[in-house]
Design a protein around this ligand. Structure first.
Ligand code: DCP
Ligand code: CA
Ligand code: CA
Length: 569
């Protein structure tokens, strides 16, 4: 889709961490405040500054003591600390609240139009969301809203200092059959939606936010920052070239880091407008074809990166710096910190699992040492049963990955450790995958040769189940067949039939015994009634797999899930 056909919005909370704190201490609203981390040194490092404090020249990255000199009445909120680590739950929970309001608002709007999936919502960070409103706006008749409504939402226009008022006039007095005018009206319609959404966020969370309304991610992000705080800015395509004359290359999304600096140095330029003057051929000399094309597009206000449908974070992470003398020199210290970080991460992973019905499949461990720089290791997380394994198991996997052999002293001390759980899968999908695995497993079991199977075989009529309390198992599924088969074969079944236990319990108990029996490989001299030919190569193969599964509590858990009905086949 051509770039100006899309309607893309960025919503970004104003001085987010400060607002989170102010909400908890409401007498601090409207006062100059900052949030600082690690208080024991020069008043702590400032990570968020509200707009009242910015007026005194206070900036992120300053130390608390330094900021106090600029504004003696400054209030410094402290990030809570737990075991030497910043505790950010408060801000993450507040973020989830905001995203819930956004999701609910979208759902409500779609419902009122009797349509689904009109809005694409992408969580961009703890306090930012991109929205693609193209379908929603195009599902409505092209119509100008009331100017007064828009000004109430503190809507600004970025177009050569033109006021929103004057801009509106031209739509009212000219016909709107040209495409450019129509696109501008679509932006204005989107501003109404955004204004109402911002109002909802404020009413439900007390938080103020700003927004940029334009045609792509780069432009909406840029627009959002133009009139902060508590304002929304429309940036039409026609305004881009004049705006770019005052936009530093480093202020553009994705050009803030190394690449932006490189561009400035190579071409000896500063602004986006200057970048637009660098011709494609020259760009191609310095960058590969794809990057050159992308930079050329950006410099002309074009960015075709789609807003992806992602309402949840891509990963859950935590980390800790160990600067200077704090660097970790002993393996036992690393072990302790891995366990401590993992404890925090696991709590969040569990919460995330509950709230979002998803499980992470991969743990990425990052560490930094002077000798090796930044390094990463990936450790798969076994979620076979729709749940996480015990944290201790992951911790020992991590330690094995980090250290091939036990050491007491580490030669190259660790200055930073981080953990991130990622590659999420729906819990339902995880259970389906494991079910498929179990099915496959039981298909193998079905093939086991049982000694004396013939004598013990029961007639297949469902009447046979009449002695059992629960209804007979109807499904032809291999897992249930296998459980039935095992149940039939065991003397336990008759006992249990007599004392009226439920069929699943009977079968599970029987299966349990069967498995125990299975595990006792050493007793190769089984008596004849004891069913399994342990020398059969196929049985031995199954046995190996069975032991692996038992080892990871796989089987006992399946039984448990079968009994309580969480696993259905
Ligand atoms: N944050 C942080 N460390 C950083 C950057 C940000 O801890 N280096 C935290 C604190 C911020 C929050 O993330 O409050 C959101 O970051 P923003 O960059 O969006 O900044 P703010 O929301 O604080 O301010 P603004 O109003 O400019 O968006
Ligand atoms: Ca913000
Ligand atoms: Ca932000």
């Amino acid at each position: 889709m051509a770039d100006r056909n899309r309607i893309v919005v960025l919503i970004d909370m104003d001085c987010f961490y400060v607002q989170c704190e102010q909400r908890l201490e409401s007498d601090k609203w409207l006062k100059p405040c900052v949030v600082a981390q690690y208080n024991n040194w020069q008043g702590g490092g400032i990570i968020a500054v509200n707009y009242e404090a910015r007026a005194y020249g206070i900036k992120r990255g300053m130390m608390g003591d330094q900021a106090k000199k600029l504004c003696p009445e400054l209030h410094i909120f402290r990030v809570p600390d737990e075991n030497g680590k910043a505790k950010l739950d408060k801000y993450r929970d507040a973020s989830a609240e905001v995203f819930q309001v956004i999701s609910d608002f979208i759902e409500e709007q779609e419902k009122s139009m009797d349509l689904n999936n009109l809005v694409i919502l992408e969580r961009a960070s703890v306090d930012e969301a991109f929205l693609d409103l193209t379908k929603l706006i195009d599902a409505k008749p092209l119509m100008l809203p009331e100017l007064e409504d828009l000004t109430n939402f503190n809507t600004k226009l970025e177009f050569n200092n033109q006021s929103l008022n004057d801009w509106f006039d031209q739509f009212e007095h000219h016909n709107i059959d040209n495409r450019q005018q129509q696109d501008n009206i679509r932006l204005i319609m989107a501003s109404m939606f955004v204004g109402q959404l911002r109002q909802q966020i404020f009413e439900q969370t007390e938080f103020k936010c700003s927004a940029g309304i334009s045609h792509n991610k780069m432009l909406s992000k840029l627009a959002c920052g133009l009139n902060k705080p508590n304002a929304q800015t429309i940036l039409p395509m026609i305004a881009v070239s004049s705006l770019f004359k005052r936009i530093d290359i480093g202020d553009v999304r994705l050009l803030g880091g190394k690449l932006g600096n490189q561009i400035k140095t190579i071409f000896n330029i500063q602004t986006m407008y200057q970048l637009s003057q660098v011709n494609r051929f020259t760009l191609n000399e310095k960058f590969d074809n794809k990057t050159a094309e992308w930079l050329n597009d950006l410099a002309n206000g074009l960015d075709n990166e789609p807003v992806s449908d992602r309402r949840l974070t891509k990963s859950i992470g935590c980390g800790k710096n160990f600067r200077g003398k704090m660097a970790l020199c002993k393996q036992s210290d690393v072990n302790q910190w891995i366990n401590s970080l993992l404890k925090e991460l696991y709590e969040r992973m569990m919460k995330d699992k509950e709230m979002n019905q998803r499980l992470a499949r991969l743990m990425i461990v990052g560490y930094y040492t002077a000798g090796k720089g930044h390094c990463h290791r990936s450790i798969p997380i076994d979620i076979t049963l729709g749940d996480y394994p015990p944290a201790e198991r992951i911790a020992s996997d991590i330690m094995r990955q980090l250290f091939s052999k036990p050491l007491i002293i580490i030669q190259d001390p660790i200055q930073n450790l981080s953990l991130a759980a990622t590659k999420f899968l729906d819990t339902t999908k995880a259970i389906m995958d494991s079910t498929a695995k179990i099915e496959k497993f039981f298909q193998k079991i079905d093939r086991i040769t049982f000694i004396g199977q013939q004598q013990q075989q029961q007639p297949k009529s469902s009447k046979n189940h009449s002695t059992i309390n629960q209804p007979p198992i109807q499904s032809k599924s291999p897992i249930k067949k296998s459980i039935q088969m095992v149940g039939k074969k065991s003397p336990m079944k008759n006992k249990s039939n007599n004392n009226n236990k439920s069929s699943t319990t009977v079968q599970s108990n029987t299966l349990d015994r069967y498995l125990q029996q299975y595990q006792r490989q050493s007793t190769s001299k089984t008596n004849n009634d004891d069913k399994i030919d342990l020398n059969d190569p196929h049985v031995r193969q199954i046995n190996r797999e069975m032991n692996q599964l038992l080892d990871s509590f796989f089987f006992s858990k399946i039984l448990c899930m079968l009994e309580n009905g969480t696993l259905k086949i």
